[in-house]
Design a protein around this ligand. Sequence first.
Ligand code: GLN
Length: 540
Amino acid sequence: MASKFIFVTGGVSSSLGKGIAASSLGCLLESRGLSVALQKMDPYINIDPGTMSPYQHGEVYVTYDGAETDLDLGNYERFTSSKVSRINSVTTGQIYLSVIERERRGEYMGRTVQVIPHITNEIKSRILKVAKASQADIIIVEIGGTVGDIESIPFLEAIRQFSHDIGKENTLYIHLTLIPYISVADEQKTKPTQHSVKELRAIGIQPDILLCRTEKEMSNDMKEKLALFCDVEKEAVIQALDIHTTIYEVPIQYSKEGLDDIVVDKLGLKKNKRNLKRWESIVEKVNSPKHHVQIAVIGKYIDLQDAYKSLYEAIHHGAIANDSSVQIKRIHSEKLTPESLNGQLEDIDGIIIPGGFGERGIPGKILSCQYGREHKIPSFGVCLGMHCMVVEFARNVSGLKDAHSTEFQEDTPHPVISLLEEQKVIQDIGGTMRLGESETTLNSESLSYKAYKTHIIHERHRHRYEFANSYKEKLCSKGLKIAGVYKERDLVEIIEIPDHPWYVGVQFHPEFQSKPIAVHPLFKSFIQAALSYQSSKTQA
Ligand code: GLN
């Protein structure tokens, strides 16, 4: 069967959760036995978000093939079984770059190169590429930004043409909007949605379905009014009520509103019964946990909602898998001092030191590693977090005074973490780190092996610095264990301290491969260790 295409646009305001909406729809369609692929079109000019600060963009999500992408791609993988790759993430920068390169090669045969048709054709070809590669029944394409933005106009024009090219019966437009509630008047307002749809129609796109984010239940009258003014069927006005339990309830909520029924109907797809049992059981577990843990995340971007998005999600997955709820205590690494450490960490059941770049906050992270190690609190270091663990161990256990990572001190007497060989010649910063999936072989006598229950694992990377093998012997003789290596290139991938209940540092980013219905083994094991630590404290 040829693929069908669903385009998700956003109106009225940003941050309405288009990514979660698109992912939840994907989840719902999969629950009806259909295969899906998801793609994000971001209207900014950067080639990818890899060069952007977390303050600008939130987390950079890494695909298995090493693309640095928008964090919504993480949602696509968490909510569905589809695997995203380089081609699932498109930006204006990428589109223009390829058109301009083609122009330089003379491939436009003397013609004037223009937004229409050259840019729009390039956008359409990227959508078709995903359809071809995935062979999925349905391709869901999310257009970043808000309708009305100047930047997104070529994308909207391209998706308008797309329906013309492949037939209206094969495409569907879903517009996600906001129904604001004015508390002083105690009224919900449809006007912003009407305006947003008007804007969309001015570009030539008539939405088939309105997905309305709302704080309060929408009345029948409101749905009728929206249907009339926006020219959609009343059944196609879907309310998306705010959810306060877990985002993993969104697919269930949409199913109750009949979103998948309408989509299946409108696209003439097979009407298999939906089966959301696995997702329902996730929500049940979230609603009635047997335990509760407190996990500290020591980072410098903790005031941002999205900077450690996948990590926070993976912690929740780990908790769900242990029938537990979790409170994540976000601790600012820059503000941690030897004096404040105890007060901040004493009632914590587990510590995570996440990935990151740059020197700010490093001393606080190193202090937390020491605290976790000495107090035998389950501690998990991810990428930069693993680097901090190694530095701390070298300084305080192996007696290598002033040991450091050359990322922060080039002339350290003991460069226990140093630049990867291949990185020494690199000049451009965009897309040049060690990126994507590679193989790690686990030591059978390790905690990691116990968690993964297999010797060979594949995990995703995004870094320039690594464990310096020249210090392996010195550190291992003092009790550090190399629990996993990338054999082909002799790179250390996992360190552990066997004389500790759970002290694991990983060079990769396990959080990118955790899903609520397929929790990552390390996060499951870490939360389990946190719960044991907690009960050992109460027994003491
Ligand atoms: N800054 C470190 C490096 O480049 C760690 C990167 C990370 O945590 N993702 O190696």
